[in-house]
Design a protein around this ligand. Structure first.
Ligand SMILES: C[S@@+](CC[C@H](N)C(=O)[O-])C[C@H]1O[C@@H](n2cnc3c(N)ncnc32)[C@H](O)[C@@H]1O
Length: 509
């Protein structure tokens, strides 16, 4: 008979932050708890739960549990544009704000096995040679001691380096047998420690301790109250106007007292307001509103998962509807829909390896449908596997000949993203245009075309494309916002277009 895990789930939520849903994501929770119960000599799960009330037992045990229950997926150069924004925008500003030689400190909160911390070190060392570690400090903390040990060892599999450009790889890594080692002169520039973000430690979280905090792909696994608690801690410990970087699939509400959204380099980040209102302990309900949109992102994914097939439009659309599937299109089987549901949910949680496994479990016929190939392409592109992503797009296009034009528009869009990531702006623009012409209601290609034109200094096209993107975003399908909107709500994406338009003397249509 299954044991009631409620009290243990409650404790894990309180002490590690993990929401009940995420406790069941990566592991069989009951099997993990029973194995730990036996290892610690407890007679049953009730006994184990009571033992966790003893501080000396809990201290070590929670670290072991964290190692087994948290998701540690990470890689070097993940979401590189955020690192660039930190180097090019945050650092110069923070140097100006600390003219007396006081060091700038960048924290990676939930750093897993160190790839994010070392990516920051590589970028900062390249831009500001000689300033680490005395003038610029980079610190990584994680609740999982095994991950911190691996970080300190600074040796990785090839897979962890999948997004590292060749020149950086040659400069900063050396082969070490089956593994790749980060060069010692970079590894020694950073510091790591085992730390639970939920543990209060006034010395570590002192006011103004940090100039920038990266907390990417961590809070999305937290219960809302716990996210609010951690964000309150960040707000207190960030210098005024300090920077907070979340993953692009996570977002705070634009309007909250402690953080303001900002954007550049095609990404969003947050600034601590100059005089934030720090949430007090009894303030959680208000504070939890800040984080509602991180949960909204997961809720949106769930909604998409329920409505994999395109929903019927209720009102007359503001734009011409996408051509519908031809009558010959085979209706997806229940197993296919379930696997797609699962893959979408996992993609929303950035669990790309698991999402790929969910798709791989499909029977051959379903595994090669345009929709499945498209999801595969999205995953590969997110992982920086550009050539396989492009091949999956091509298969989606081939499979979708008789299918849904919105799938083929999306396949061209992903091809554009791949080419843009590979540095081929002209090739990317061609695919974005193909995406827009196949699916005239698709907003995202216009957004990318606008941003590409902005980079090229083409003011007229920037205005045109961003105006069109803003108009189309109003009725963009939720599914595509989830897959392609970087986790941002419709209103924020429209806000980005409008801000760019206003800066260039135009108006959103
Ligand atoms: C998916 S990884 C993210 C790694 C990296 N930030 C990135 O984006 O690539 C999430 C990490 O958060 C850590 N984590 C989860 N709960 C935590 C907590 N309460 N305190 C500190 N770290 C935590 C996990 O151990 C895991 O290593």
């Amino acid at each position: 008979m299954k044991h009631d895990l409620g009290p243990l789930e409650e404790l894990l939520e309180q002490r590690l932050g993990l929401s009940r849903g995420s406790l069941h994501l990566g592991a069989d929770l009951e099997a993990v708890l029973r194995e730990r119960m036996r290892a610690r000599g407890c007679s049953d799960l009730g006994d184990y739960r009571r033992a966790l009330d003893r501080p000396e037992f809990a201290r070590e045990e929670l670290h072991v549990l964290a190692g087994q229950l948290t998701v540690g997926e990470t890689y070097f150069f993940r979401e590189w544009q955020q690192i660039e924004a930190c180097v090019e925008i945050a650092l110069p500003e923070r140097f100006a704000a600390r003219p007396d030689g006081e060091p700038i400190t960048v924290l990676s909160a939930g750093c897993a096995s160190g790839e994010e911390v070392y990516t920051l070190a590589i970028a900062l060392h390249t831009a500001y040679p000689g300033l680490l570690p005395h003038r610029i400090k980079v610190v990584g903390v994680d609740v999982n001691p095994g991950a911190i040990q691996k970080a300190q060892r600074a040796r990785y599999s090839e897979w962890a380096l999948r997004a590292v450009p060749d020149d950086m790889r040659k400069r900063f890594f050396v082969r070490a047998g089956e593994e790749v080692a980060l060069r010692k002169e970079i590894a020694r520039l950073v510091a790591f420690e085992v730390r639970n973000l939920l543990d209060d430690d006034p010395a570590f979280w002192r006011p103004g301790a940090f100039d920038a905090i990266f907390c990417r792909n961590v809070l999305m696994y937290f219960a809302p109250q716990k996210m609010a608690e951690v964000l309150g801690r960040f707000a207190g410990a960030l210098a005024p106007r300090g920077f907070l970087f979340l993953a692009s699939s996570e977002s705070l509400r634009a309007a909250n007292a402690a953080f303001e959204a900002a954007h550049s380099h095609g990404i969003f980040y947050y600034r601590r307001s100059a005089a934030p209102r720090h949430p007090a302990p009894g303030d959680a309900p208000r504070a939890s509103r800040w984080v509602a949109s991180i949960h909204e992102a997961s809720a949106r994914v769930a909604e998409v998962a329920r409505r994999v097939s395109p929903p019927p439009r209720r009102a007359a659309p503001a734009v011409p509807p996408a051509p519908r599937s031809s009558p010959s299109t085979r209706p997806p089987a229940a197993a296919e829909l379930a696997a797609i549901d699962r893959a979408l949910t996992l993609i929303g949680g950035e669990r790309f390896t698991d999402a790929m496994a969910a798709l791989a479990a499909l029977p051959q016929r379903a595994a090669s449908s345009a929709r499945v190939e498209l999801l595969r392409a999205v995953i590969l592109c997110q992982q920086g596997d550009l050539a396989p992503a492009e091949r999956a797009c091509q298969r989606a296009l081939d499979a979708g000949d008789a299918g849904d034009a919105s799938d083929s528009g999306a396949a061209h869009y992903v091809l554009g993203l791949c080419q843009e990531q590979a540095g081929d702006a002209a090739g990317a623009a061609q695919h974005y245009r193909a995406a827009a012409s196949r699916d005239p209601g698709f907003a995202m290609p216009h957004l990318r075309l606008g941003l590409l034109a902005k980079r090229a200094g083409d003011l007229a096209t920037t205005r045109d494309e961003l105006g069109r993107a803003a108009a189309l975003l109003a009725s963009e399908r939720q599914e595509r916002l989830v897959l392609f909107g970087g986790g941002f709500p419709r209103s924020t994406l429209i806000g980005l277009c409008q801000a760019e338009l206003e800066a260039r003397g135009g108006r959103a249509g």
